[in-house]
Write a protein that binds this ligand. Structure first.
Ligand SMILES: Cc1cc2nc3c(=O)[nH]c(=O)nc-3n(C[C@H](O)[C@H](O)[C@H](O)COP(=O)(O)OP(=O)(O)OC[C@H]3O[C@@H](n4cnc5c(N)ncnc54)[C@H](O)[C@@H]3O)c2cc1C
Length: 433
């Protein structure tokens, strides 16, 4: 097994900069015999840790950097009900029964986040605001209408359509031609949620080691031995919850199946409420219908968080700034009223994509795993961490993605060399359709 790269040296996201710190990490050596070791302290690992601790298991979390230092603390804070793929495409690929299972898992994942935040008293601004998918071209509205019909017929009565004539009821911006609204979607402050989750897990007995990258794993008499620069521990069971953040990590089998891709965001200065009440009368989460689209929402302090893929590349400090400039330009074009608004934060992070944009969870070679949420991990990572605690406790039915195979991506060894080509292809698709 190779060396794990140092934890991310990216500047903090707006969320990480505005949440109380997590102070309950365990100092000293990594050691001991545990029921469960979890690798990664994002939403997946932390929600599993909380579930295990509540069930009375001894659980250690090994995190390369800091609690929610990667995607879980760097995302758009949208906790949406739908799948990454259009529901119709899921039905065509997997049939109606599986498509329904996958959609329902995404929808009930929002309930999971709400339940955990409420039960653990985590103040993270969770709010059922609904998500509006905005048609960015006139012809996209017909696709939203078709999606609306399918969703209502099979899985979701809580969707509604906003016609092109009524779009100003949802948003005051040029260039949108109707919307599909999923009413059960929510928003939250992800770093408050994640650090609160870590605090709740630690309070119930989970031990969280930060700055403890797992560099090696081997079988031993009690199950597994996990090596970090801070020491070695043994565990009966292991959950790999490493997201997409470390393409050079020791877990080669996962590296060949997950495509790590950068996603980027900016946050404005606080905006006057008279302005935002006019711009966003319904105060929802918003995403646009282009393949290389944008997502945005208001956050505490009445700032606009505006994100997107911007460039098909990985996140690093220089890349985040370049991407932030693209996002700034797009935001000012979309909302001319923000022409002189100051941008106060700019950050990036890594999304863990699968080839079909559905999560994967299960067991490989005796290691359990959950990852590949493809931009929908705020709710799915939280949901699947908890689900995997049940699976590892013997309830295989808790994994809604158990039926999916997971072949390696041909030619992919961990570094996504093909991203510029994929980006170029998507740009052409966005121009044509
Ligand atoms: C800019 C951006 C915007 C996004 N917006 C949204 C959104 O609005 N809505 C949504 O649903 N999803 C969004 N996502 C995706 C979502 O944030 C992720 O899917 C989710 O947070 C994944 O959680 P995770 O716990 O699986 O992984 P992560 O949060 O990536 O956590 C994995 C952890 O594992 C650690 N790790 C890796 N290797 C090792 C090792 N060898 N040893 C020890 N630790 C290791 C990492 O340091 C990391 O902390 C966004 C992502 C980004 C980057």
């Amino acid at each position: 097994m190779g060396n794990v790269p140092p934890p991310s040296d990216l500047p903090p996201s707006f969320w990480q900069a505005s949440a109380p710190p997590f102070r309950d990490g365990r100092d000293g050596r990594v050691e001991g015999e545990w029921d469960v070791a979890i690798i990664g302290a994002g939403f997946t690992g932390l929600s599993a840790a909380l579930a295990f601790a509540k069930a009375g298991a001894s659980v250690a979390v090994l995190e390369a950097g800091e609690v929610v230092g990667e995607a879980s603390g760097r995302n758009g804070g949208q906790c949406n009900s739908g799948t990454a793929h259009d529901f119709g495409a899921l039905v065509s690929a997997y049939g109606i029964d599986d498509a329904r299972t996958f959609y329902n898992a995404h929808r009930s994942a929002v309930d999971t986040v709400e339940r955990i935040a409420r039960n653990e008293g985590i103040e993270c601004g969770f709010r059922r605001c609904g998500r509006a998918k905005l048609a960015a071209k006139p012809q996209h509205f017909a696709k939203l209408e078709a999606a609306y019909d399918l969703l209502r017929e099979h899985v979701d009565a809580d969707v509604s359509l906003v016609t092109p004539e009524r779009i100003s009821d949802e948003i005051d911006a040029d260039g949108f031609y109707g919307a599909l609204v999923q009413e059960t979607s929510a928003q939250l402050h992800p770093a408050r949620f994640g650090r609160g989750l870590a605090g709740a897990a630690a309070a119930k007995g989970a031990v969280i080691y930060e700055h403890a990258p797992v560099e090696g794993m081997a079988r031993n008499a009690s199950g597994w031995s996990l090596t970090t620069p801070r020491g070695t521990l043994s565990a009966r069971q292991v959950l790999v919850a490493t997201g997409g953040a470390s393409p050079q990590s020791p877990f080669g089998w996962f590296r060949r199946r997950i495509v790590s891709v950068g996603s980027f965001a900016i946050a404005t200065e606080p905006l006057p409420t008279e302005l935002t009440d006019r711009m966003f009368p319904t105060g929802r989460n918003y995403v646009t219908s282009r393949i290389i689209g944008n997502y945005f929402r208001l956050a505490e302090g009445n700032r606009l968080i505006f994100g997107g893929r911007a460039r098909f590349t990985l996140s690093d400090p220089a890349s985040d700034i370049k991407s932030g400039r693209i996002l700034e330009k797009t935001m000012r074009t979309m909302f001319p009223a923000l022409a002189d608004t100051r941008i106060e934060h700019c950050w990036g992070g890594t999304i863990d994509l699968t080839a079909d944009r559905l999560p994967r969870a299960g067991e490989h070679d005796g290691m359990f795993y959950a990852m590949g949420y493809s931009g929908h991990g705020v709710q799915m990572a939280t949901h699947m961490g908890e689900a995997m605690a049940r699976v590892m406790g013997g309830d295989a039915s808790a994994n809604p993605f158990a039926s999916l195979s997971w072949p390696a991506i041909p030619g992919h060894l961990g570094k996504p060399w093909f991203l510029p080509m994929v980006g170029a292809w998507y740009r052409v698709q966005d121009m044509l359709h």
